[in-house]
Design a protein around this ligand. Structure first.
Ligand code: THU
Length: 131
């Protein structure tokens, strides 16, 4: 699947964002090793701290369907590309320490790519626990 198509899926997912408090909509599209795509959007809550980011929604959807191997994650948000928050970096690192991240603006007009390993160097993962 092309970067452009995965970005398109992230932009589509962004339209489902539930973000009445921040007004900041985010969409994510996670490409699995076997070519499937799991999407997610941010889901906010009146108890603000319970909000879940788009990236984690996409990842948890995939893992809960039995998928643990990933190729790339496209994220669409804001005026310009933004990178996953620290919590999401850690959660993604568990399954794909070198995941390709495709960071796009909210409309998917422009994007850049970066590896998760660059955003989370020396991350703490299963290896540290001997797994
Ligand atoms: N958010 C994400 O969904 N992903 C990120 O990587 C950064 C932040 C959401 C959480 C919250 O709903 C809103 O953006 C503002 O922080």
């Amino acid at each position: 699947m092309s970067e452009a198509e995965l970005v398109r899926r992230a932009v589509e997912a962004r339209s489902k964002a539930y973000a009445p408090y921040s007004g900041f909509a985010v969409g994510a599209a996670l490409l699995t090793k076997d070519g499937r795509v799991f999407t997610g959007c941010n889901v906010e809550n009146a108890s603000y701290g319970l909000t879940v980011c788009a990236e984690r929604v996409a990842l948890f959807k995939a893992v809960s369907e039995g998928v643990r191997e990933f190729r790339a994650l496209a994220v669409a948000c804001g005026q310009g590309p933004c990178a996953p928050c620290g919590a999401c970096r850690q959660v993604l690192y568990e399954f794909a320490p070198d995941l390709l991240l495709i960071l796009a603006d909210g409309e998917g007009k422009a994007w850049e790519t970066v590896r998760l390993s660059e955003l989370l160097p020396r991350g703490f993962g299963p290896k540290e626990l001997g797994r």
